[in-house]
Design a protein around this ligand. Sequence first.
Ligand SMILES: *Cc1c(COP(=O)(O)O)cnc(C)c1O
Length: 434
Amino acid sequence: MTHANTSAARRRESILRAAVRQGLLGPDHAVLAAFVDLDGVAASVRALHTAFPDSVSVLHTFAAKANCLVPVLRELRALGMGCEAAGAGELAQALAAGFAPDHIVLDSPAKTRAELARALELGVAVNADSFQELDRIEGILTRRPSSSRIGVRLNPQVGGGDIAAMSTATATSKFGVALDDDGNRRRLLDAYRARPWLTWVHAHVGSQGCSLDLMAEGVARAVDFADEVGRTLGRPVTGIDIGGGLPVDFEGDDPPPGFDAYVRRLQDRVPRLFGGAYRIVTEFGRSLLAKNGFTAALVEYTKTSGGRRVAITHAGAQVAARTVFMPSAWPLRITAHGPDGGPRTGEPVPQDIAGPCCFAGDLLASARPLPPLAPGDIVALLDTGAYYSSTPFHYNSLPDPAVHGVRVGPGGEVVFEPLRRAETLDDVLARTGG
Ligand SMILES: *Cc1c(COP(=O)(O)O)cnc(C)c1O
């Protein structure tokens, strides 16, 4: 893992030094903080927009679960994105961030009648996850028409990627209508025939661990089905929501295959998608935010245990649940810094990087070679802008850390803005009935 001298590493280091200087991180007040590089987010959004050909109508929505902080969503809206919400909470966040309802897509396998009624009343796009949900939508629409774009989430059943828990297009996935199950194609065609308001098709193959080929295959099957609806019913499907899921490289700072590569793959495998017959919606999350954030924690103590060096830090399962519970699926790069945020030097030695939670498995890394850490040092967990500090796990009643937005001016000046304030102990008591 080479990261010491890349420009991304230099940028992180200058952010970290500035955070220490400006009192956002330090032993007495803030032992844990997260940072989102808003310049980086803007660059990622630009890369997404320019990857798709101008000749097609595309609405790029951001999957709110990847980073649900309202100021982050507001920033993405200002950059021209829509928002994908999975439930009442994310819908509320999307509306609070100012997204127009027709720029919001509601996807959830468990939408309640009340959530559906609200979305349809607002004009939020809805992707139905099941035949039962379609029946509910029909019930609501007979009482009150809606301007919402409504589709069905198909499970194209193309199989899983490297991480089973993230693979949504397996044969038995809980998501969507399983396209190849006995009788489902016919039932789907009947549903599109009987329900003229059903005009979209949705597929989302997985989230991290799926290859570009697997994702493109899922989209191809969704487009095939949309074509079939058009041919069979003589009524074209309006648009295809291709989901998100572009994987992120958690191993280095070199740019991984990005939106360009994915669009080229789609153009090869499913040219019909770009033929002008369909509008397109996308729902990327991790690929827009993950590499644009990191989490920094103070080392409180160090010890050796059974001959192994252990650094007890303030970042554990509460901000890195996936890494702690599924370490081989979600390894994170960790960099070592002195108290001023500058790089720690020294011959790397294997160390366990532990969190503050009271269970033995609360480790961010085991036997990770890093320069020897000492109390007061800082560890940074890289690539944690999505699905990490923005969605904490409330184990041990640890307070949620502050999340700071960062922009770097032309002269290198680092400017922070609050995205989420740190929870106080009163906040913790309030959410625990105190
Ligand atoms: C999680 C999710 C996404 C975003 O996935 P990423 O891997 O973060 O791009 C998009 N659509 C749906 C339906 C999802 O569940």
